[in-house]
Ligand binder design. Sequence first.
Ligand code: UDP
Ligand code: MG
Length: 308
Amino acid sequence: MQGLLSVIIPSYNEEAMIEKTASVISSILQEADIPNELLFVDDGSKDGTWEKITAAAGERHNVCGIHFSRNFGKESAIAAGLSRSKGECCVVIDCDLQHPPEKIVEMYRLWQQGFEVIEGQKSSRGQESGLHAFAANSFYALIGKASGIDMANASDFKLLDRKAVDALLGMPERGAFFRALSSWVGFRTATVYFDVREREAGESKWSTKSLIRYALNNISAFSNAPMQFVTVLGVLLLAVCGVWGIVSLIRLIAGYAVGMGTGLALLMLLIGGGCMLGIGILGFYVGRIYDEIKARPRFIIAETCGDL
Ligand code: UDP
Ligand code: MG
């Protein structure tokens, strides 16, 4: 089985990398004799990324590109790439060559053996600064607990059979989280381990703030646990109130004067805080429902180049 492989490369402000990435991946795949197309998805870059992609598409017959009308985020870039891919299987890989492209060959061979989802797992996370690594680790611990999927070493670097791609594309969800959904769809799965390399050029597109937003969105996409947390908190508060009430009543009957001032203030703070937290979490989910129900497209394509 020698099916066409689509390599999907989300690129945002990666002008320094396009040429290099295209030539490195092309030559690796050519050497391994794998029929391929390289699909660069320019996620509304503000630099010369799109010019570099059109130039690469002009030079190489296997390169094509999609240009978004603005920055829609990596998840949308992946979705666009998958929806326009023609291959019998698709690999998603970062543009900065932090995911070792030689591993594509290993993934492809596993696919030829009949595996349908091949996950790239990080055996190390490469060099990340203290706060960023802490934020990333907390995020993965949280979402791992919330979704029941081990996310600590998961990455977006993976190969999907056409069946899995179609399953993913068939989901109407807008706030999709590719990394977790690829394991949610099931299928025969294998894992390939890789070391994260250092970025060759440009800089990471994730600020700690965008990472936190990403974490909140994806946790709420995968789990209702935060909402249940509110219910549990409410029950606990009620229980405390009940016990306290009964104790006070008994003391009153026994003829003690009850100094309730401080207790009341504390209780009000507790209940007020609990309610606000609850409303906040509910609001967050209502916001998500609102986003989904608007059913706006996940991306808008402004231009394409190459054989698309
Ligand atoms: N990326 C994207 N849209 C964005 C941010 C990033 O398509 O809004 C791409 C980026 O060009 C790169 C990949 O996603 O190919 C990973 O981004 P980055 O290297 O900045 O993330 P990190 O490796 O630091 O997690
Ligand atoms: Mg990177």
